[in-house]
Design a protein around this ligand. Sequence first.
Ligand code: NAP
Length: 283
Amino acid sequence: MAERLGERDVPQEWDVQHVPAPGETGQTILITGATSGLGAEFARQLAGQGHHLVITGRDPIALVGKAQGLEAQYGVSVDTLTADLATPEGVDVVAARLRSPDQPVTMLVNNAGAGLPTEFHESGAEDERRMLRLLVEAPMLLSHAAIQTFLARRGGRILNVASVAGLIPDGSYGAAKSWAVSFSRWANARYKPEGVTVTALCPGLVRTEFHQRAGIDTSRWPRWTWMDADDVVREGLTAAAEGRSVCVPSRRYRSLMTAARFSPDAVLERLSRTEPKSRRAGA
Ligand SMILES: NC(=O)c1ccc[n+]([C@@H]2O[C@H](COP(=O)([O-])OP(=O)(O)OC[C@H]3O[C@@H](n4cnc5c(N)ncnc54)[C@H](OP(=O)(O)O)[C@@H]3O)[C@@H](O)[C@H]2O)c1
C-alpha cells in the first residue's frame, strides 16, 4: 500500500502555488506511447495548448523526429524517453522521470498499448504476459509514482487510456482495460479531494495504427463504429480537466455503453461468446 506523504515531506519548491491549474499553459505533461495514434494526437493537442512534453516510445528515432516536429511547430520543449513498457527496466526509466523534481511533471497520460490478433487460448502465454504488463503493470506502477509525487505537490492529473472493451466482457484485452477503469474510478474518488484527479478514457474503435500493428482484421466493423483520434483526445482532455473518473467519447458509444450497463449479465456474456473473432489480417 502506498505510504501517505505528510505535510513535512512537501519540498518548498513544490508549493501548491506552483502547480498549474487545468487549462493553464506551460505545464509539463508526460505521454506514454506518443509515436503514433492517440498518443501522437495527445502530444499535438497539448503542445498546441502551450504545454511542455515528455514523450515515450520504443523507437528512439521516431521519438526524436516527433519531438523535433512539435518543438518547431509549437515552440514548446519536448523531451524523449526510450522505454519498452512491457519490461520492468522500461517502466523504471519513466517512473524515475515522474519522480524527478526538475521540471516537475504535472500530468501523466498512460496511453501506450497494443493488442493481440488471437483469442486467449490461441495466443502464446508469453504474449499474454507482455500485454498484461503493458496494459496493467506499467500504468499501475506509473500511476503509483505519479500519485505519490502529485500528492506531495498537492496537485496533478492522470489520464488512463482504457477502452469500451474494459466496460464489457471482451477477452483478455478487455479484462486488462477493466483494471484501468476500476482503478481510475476508485483513485479519482480517493485523491480528488487532495487535488489529484484520475480519469479513464474509454474509446470505441479509433482510426490509428493499433489494429494493423496487431494484425487484426477490421473489415467486419461498419463505418459508423469508427472515430477519429482528434475527437477522442479532445473529449478525453476535457474530461481530465473537469476531473471526471470515466469518459466514453461520442454519443453513439455512450448510448451503447448505457444499454450494456442496464443489460443482464447473462445477455452480455452470451453476446461476448457469439461475437465473431478477430483474425490476423488476410488469414
Ligand atoms: N485504436 C483503437 O481502436 C483503440 C480503442 C480503444 C483503446 N485504445 C487504446 O489506445 C491506446 C493507444 O493506442 P493507439 O490506438 O493509438 O495505437 P497505436 O497507433 O498502435 O499506438 C500505440 C502506441 O503505444 C506504443 N507502444 C506499444 N507497445 C509499447 C511497448 N511495449 N512499450 C512502450 N510503448 C509501446 C507505441 O509506440 P512504439 O511502437 O514506438 O513503442 C505507440 O506509440 C492503447 O492503450 C490502446 O489500447 C485504442
